[in-house]
Each structure stands twice: as structure tokens, then as C-alpha cells.
Ligand binder design. Structure first.
Ligand code: F6R
Length: 261
């Protein structure tokens, strides 16, 4: 696992864009590419950076299809705060690529979870998966207690996560759906490269627990420790509780030219 500690969120965005663009470019040589996209605030600057590179012709996306991590259950199809609409608005429309996610509007969400798992299996493996982390350590919507080998399924959000996400629903916690469809931690691990980005002090405890804490369902983010190719990109605030920060900086400063992301 590579931990990249950088001064600002803008610096993080550039490294995340480098990592994503590098993995996509490598995978494009072998055919169609599944690009895993997280929703939420954490990757937004990186998405803007990727869009700027795309406009400049530096991030070609033909053959690339976007796949979401998760979706709310019960929002009508086309709802502006559904994750599919959000990701289209934030990145995939302008990249000129299709995006797919679990069908949270399906009459049978349990079936929709299995269908999405199957769709990912057919399209995958995901070449690179962008991840954020919740303040409680969740990745995707795998709340604490989620099995480290879970597959796509229905989950119930914690009140903490609903409160955190109320900002997207006019501040109204009651407007945030209780249930979601999310790739499981086992599903996420199937991606070839995981790139997690976190910024701000509110994420510091979750980042430290995920990266340096014990492997545990109590911190779903700790599943990163089981993956052979992980890039964790954090600003000073989000990395402020990492005990090995000096070593991570040392590693970054002495990276061999041949070592990409
Ligand atoms: C989003 C997702 C979540 C978020 C996490 C952090 O698709 O799966 O795990 O990445 O809740 O959210 P932000 O980035 O808004 O702080």
C-alpha cells in the first residue's frame, strides 16, 4: 500500500488524476476498460482535473465505461441526487462515456444487487477504482460491521452517514434514504487498482484506522490492507493521525523513476 501525504486537496487531486489516468491508459491497451467511480465530495477535485486533461486531449476515454460503487434505494430513476445522475453530472457526461450503477429504483432491490454484481463480473475486472472513506470508516456504503468478503447487496445506512449526506438533500436527514445498494468489500477488492482519496480533519481517524489499524469489519476501510495495489492519497489534515507519516514521506521522496502509481 502506498500512502501519499500531500499539503493540499489540490495536490491530492493531481496525484489521483495521475493514478487513474495511468491505470486507464495501461488497461486500454488490452481492450475495453471498466473505470470504478465513487460519488461524494472527496474525488470532485480529481474529477475536475481529469476533465481538464480530457479537454486537453491528455486523457482519452474511448473504450472506457464508468461503474458506480453504490446507489440509494428508493429514489425515483432520474432523481438529481441519485448517484447515477450525480456521477453523470460530475464527470462521465463530459468524458463522453456511459455510466452504470446498481438500480436503486428497481421494484426488487435484492435482485438488482445480484444483477449489478453480474454486470460487474461481465465487464470487469475494474481497472482502477476511485474510493472515498466515510468518517466512520465505510467504503462504498459498507458500514462498520460489513463482511470483508461481502458482495453487492442491500445495506442500511447508519444515522451518522445519513446525517453526513443530508447536505445533498437540503440539509434534511429524513430525505436521505435509509437503504442503499453497494458493491461489497469483496467486490471492491476485485478491482486491479484501488485509489482512495481523503481530505480534511474529519477523515483523519478513519484514514489512520483503515491504513494502520487492525484488519477488521469494524473499520471497512481496513480491507485496503488485503489488496496488492492500493494508493491512498491524503492531505495533511486527513493524514494527521498517521503514526508512520515520516516514513510515508520518505518513501515518496525516494520513489524510483520506474515506480508509477
Ligand atoms: C460514494 C461512497 C462513499 C463516500 C464516502 C465519503 O460513492 O461510496 O463511501 O466515498 O461516504 O463521502 P465524501 O467524499 O462525500 O466525504
Amino acid at each position: 500500500m502506498e500512502i501519499v501525504l500531500l499539503p493540499t486537496p489540490e495536490d491530492c487531486a493531481r496525484v489521483v488524476a495521475d493514478a487513474v489516468a495511468g491505470s486507464v491508459a495501461a488497461a486500454r491497451a488490452d481492450g475495453p476498460v471498466a473505470l470504478g467511480l465513487a460519488t461524494g465530495s472527496s474525488p470532485l477535485l480529481a474529477y475536475r482535473e481529469l476533465l481538464a486533461r480530457h479537454r486537453a486531449g491528455e486523457f482519452p476515454t474511448d473504450g472506457v465505461t464508468g461503474y458506480l460503487l453504490d446507489e440509494y434505494v428508493g429514489l425515483p430513476a432520474g432523481h438529481p441526487e441519485s448517484y447515477l445522475q450525480t456521477i453523470r453530472r460530475e464527470i462521465t457526461d463530459e468524458l463522453g462515456i456511459e455510466a452504470h450503477g446498481p438500480d436503486g429504483a428497481a421494484a426488487d432491490p435484492l435482485r438488482a444487487a445480484l444483477d449489478y454484481e453480474e454486470r460487474l463480473r461481465a465487464a470487469g475486472p475494474v481497472a482502477v477504482q476511485v474510493l472515498g472513506i466515510g468518517a466512520n470508516g465505510h467504503v462504498g456504503f459498507n458500514e462498520p460491521g460489513s463482511s470483508l468478503v461481502s458482495r453487492t447487496r442491500v445495506k442500511t445506512l447508519t444515522e451518522r452517514t445519513r446525517t453526513d449526506n443530508a447536505r445533498f438533500f437540503g440539509g434534511e436527514v429524513d430525505a436521505v434514504p435509509r437503504h442503499v445498494l453497494t458493491q461489497g468489500l469483496g467486490t471492491i477488492r476485485d478491482a486491479r487498482h484501488l485509489v482512495l482519496v481523503a481530505t480534511g480533519g474529519a477523515k483523519a481517524a478513519a484514514v489512520a484506522e483503515a491504513v494502520e489499524g487492525p484488519l477488521s469489519a469494524s473499520c471497512p476501510g481496513s480491507v485496503l490492507q488485503l489488496h496488492p495495489h492500493v494508493t491512498v492519497v491524503v492531505d495533511e489534515a486527513a493524514g494527521s493521525r498517521l503514526t508512520r507519516a515520516a516514513y510515508y514521506r520518505y518513501v515518496l521522496a525516494h520513489k524510483l523513476p520506474a515506480q508509477g502509481w
